[in-house]
Design a protein around this ligand. Structure first.
Ligand code: ZN
Length: 178
């Protein structure tokens, strides 16, 4: 997959991520690409559905498997705005995804290189190649703005110590894509 293609798919994932904000979900979006075509595009729906597993990646993998007609997605690329958490990294390995592309790193919860590396672990039966840092600035900015707005609301309500949430630790990236 060419760099300009990754950017094009990431732009679609970013549009998905923005849609999550409408139902107060953390803005993370994911698309699954097969043969140069998007076959699934989803965003985080945890708040919307009350489902703890309703992360963008899991939802997109389910949709993609339905399109493909099989759980094995080894000819597919998953493009996601934020580094996957341990649950999603596990799902990505279990789906035998062919390539993982992500935008912003998650230094507090990322399981594709930051805190853990579950997508390329020697003890697991499938290792997923990855490309990181695609449109990382835009992906991170969306999260930073979301949490800033939420903190603003919390302060107004005099809320105390919100628990750490997925993506809450995101800082604007300073490192180059690797
Ligand atoms: Zn996840």
């Amino acid at each position: 997959m060419q760099a300009d293609e990754m950017t094009r798919w990431m732009a679609v994932a970013l549009d998905e991520a923005r849609a999550a904000v409408h139902h107060d979900d953390v803005p993370v979006g994911a698309v699954v690409v097969r043969d140069g075509e998007i076959i699934a595009a989803r965003h985080n729906e945890r708040e919307l559905t009350g489902d703890p597993t309703a992360h963008a990646e899991v939802l997109a993998l389910r949709d993609a498997a339905a399109v493909v007609g099989h759980w094995r997605l080894d000819h597919c690329t998953l493009v996601v705005t934020l580094e996957p958490c341990p649950m999603c990294a596990g799902a990505i390995v279990n789906a035998r995804v062919g390539l993982l592309v992500y935008g912003a790193s998650d230094p507090k919860a990322g399981a594709a290189g930051s805190c853990f590396d579950l997508v390329d672990h020697p003890l697991l039966n499938h290792r997923v190649p990855r490309h990181t840092g695609v449109m990382a600035e835009s992906c991170a900015a969306l999260l930073v703005d979301f949490f800033a707005a939420r903190r603003g609301r919390s302060a107004a309500a005099e809320a105390v110590d919100e628990p750490l949430e997925r993506g809450a630790s995101i800082v604007r990236p300073t490192t180059r894509p690797r």
